[in-house]
Design a protein around this ligand. Structure first.
Ligand SMILES: [Zn+2]
Ligand SMILES: [Zn+2]
Length: 271
């Protein structure tokens, strides 16, 4: 990546994490860093440290200090690194900036918001950094969404540029799909993974909230998968259904809503 960047006149570095790094430890008391308000992760971004969950200013939950040891990583860190590796100007596209392709003699650094279909861009180099983060994101379709962004960014290197992917798992199906240009490689692996997780490809997925009787009522519909959790007084059920059972589910959900057992139904929730 370093030598490719040195030779590139026009490039794009895809960095999926915002900011400069994550606070690991309080420098004053040595306690692991966590938000004093909510216990969330503290992220250094645009020169200040804030909670990535509640947005509060970063203060040590134990002693209130504002000075943290950081694990560096993220688009701002990539920008700093790229400035030393290339002689052309390096510009970072933030989440508030308007996406655009890199100009002549320019390297852009950006995350998912920066990646748009601009048609053929003709870059010398596209770097996909921290590809392994995709697998650690929550949600069933996190890797699929990441792969879509990678493909979009990689297309900017057409027709003659290079694409370099940074990963510790080069055999990962998503990485291989990108490297070989064949998304079906990912798709094949995904079919098995989704089935194993209880949410097979093609199943209809609903999140249903309601009262304590909800679980038994939904169980009677013979869902493929039914996961039950509680939120205060509420019961929250996540269910996957064969497509043929959706009609029966719809009728049951309406009847249960009239009885007050169901309070909310979300179709295809973000998992
Ligand atoms: Zn402290
Ligand atoms: Zn917080």
């Amino acid at each position: 990546m370093v030598s490719a960047l040195r030779d590139a006149r026009r490039g794009f570095l895809y960095s999926p994490l915002p900011g400069y790094g994550v606070a690991r430890v309080c420098r004053a008391c040595g306690e692991p860093a966590a938000c004093a308000e909510c216990g969330g992760m503290l992220r250094a971004e645009e020169g200040s440290v804030r909670c990535s969950v509640c947005g509060a200013e970063g203060r040590c939950a134990r002693c209130g200090a504002r000075n943290f040891g950081l694990a560096r990583g993220g688009a701002e860190r990539v920008e700093e690194w790229a400035r030393r590796a290339t002689t052309v100007p390096v510009v970072r596209i933030g989440s508030e900036d308007r996406p655009r392709p890199p100009g002549e003699g320019e390297v852009l650094v950006g995350g998912v918001e920066a990646v748009k279909d601009f048609g053929p861009v003709g870059l010398d180099l596209v770097g996909i950094l921290d590809a392994d983060l995709a697998a650690r994101r929550p949600g069933l379709s996190a890797v699929e969404r990441a792969l879509a962004s990678w493909f979009e960014a990689a297309a900017w290197a057409r027709p003659k540029g290079r694409v370099i992917v940074q990963t510790r798992s080069p055999n990962d199906p998503a990485v291989q799909a990108l490297v070989t240009g064949r998304p079906e490689r990912f798709h094949r692996a995904e079919i098995a993974r989704r089935a194993q997780a209880g949410f097979p490809v093609g199943a209809a997925v609903f999140r249903v909230s309601g009262t304590a009787g909800l679980e038994a009522e939904l169980r009677a519909l013979e869902p493929t998968t039914l996961l039950v959790s509680g939120l205060g007084e509420q019961t929250v059920c996540l269910l996957a259904l064969e497509p043929g059972r959706v009609g029966a589910f719809g009728r049951a959900a309406r009847a249960l809503a009239e009885r007050g057992v169901v309070t909310r139904v979300e179709a295809e929730p973000h998992l």
